[in-house]
Design a protein around this ligand. Structure first.
Ligand SMILES: [Zn+2]
Length: 157
């Protein structure tokens, strides 16, 4: 597994344990190169759930794509990999419990935003800005303003 700190692909597993009620294996790894530790999760490959894209095409749900998008949104934010994994797991749980096996990509984006919002506001806005493709600054500011009630729910308009 590629080390998130130095990029080396050599590591040793120092601990493995069941996670998410046995549906995943959590592995604690130590990089052979730089000795930093990181965590990976192993899941059964998702079967039967498809993502409907805006252009009408369909592709199997891929958690690594969700993970990648969230990682990019969390760049240089105080959000650790474990927290990011928790967000992905929460989104994945929603995907798995959805009534339909074909989920619009926009719905998955909304689920990610719903989770990210409670984790890191900057990461949330970054993700939202990509996902919703802000057309102008006003829209971006409006999005920022909707964040305020989360911080201070006692404030009213
Ligand atoms: Zn390393």
């Amino acid at each position: 597994m590629k080390c998130p700190f130095c990029g080396s692909e050599e590591d040793r597993v120092i601990d493995s344990r069941p996670a998410r009620e046995g549906s995943a294996i959590r592995r604690r790894r130590e990089c052979v190169q730089c000795s930093q530790r990181f965590t990976t999760y192993e899941f059964i490959e998702e079967v039967g759930t498809f993502v409907l894209k805006a252009n009408g095409s369909r592709e199997p749900f891929d958690r690594t794509k969700v993970l990648k998008g969230i990682k990019i949104a969390c760049t240089k934010r105080p959000v650790g990999l474990e927290l990011i994994e928790q967000v992905v797991a929460a989104v994945e749980a929603k995907v798995q419990s959805a009534e339909t096996r074909e989920i619009p990509s926009s719905q998955i984006g909304e689920w990610v935003m719903g989770e990210l919002r409670g984790v890191d506001e900057v990461a949330y806005v970054r993700f939202a800005s990509v996902y919703r493709r802000f057309e102008n600054v006003d829209e971006f500011v409006r999005e920022l303003q909707t964040l305020r009630p989360v911080r201070d729910s006692s404030q009213s308009n």
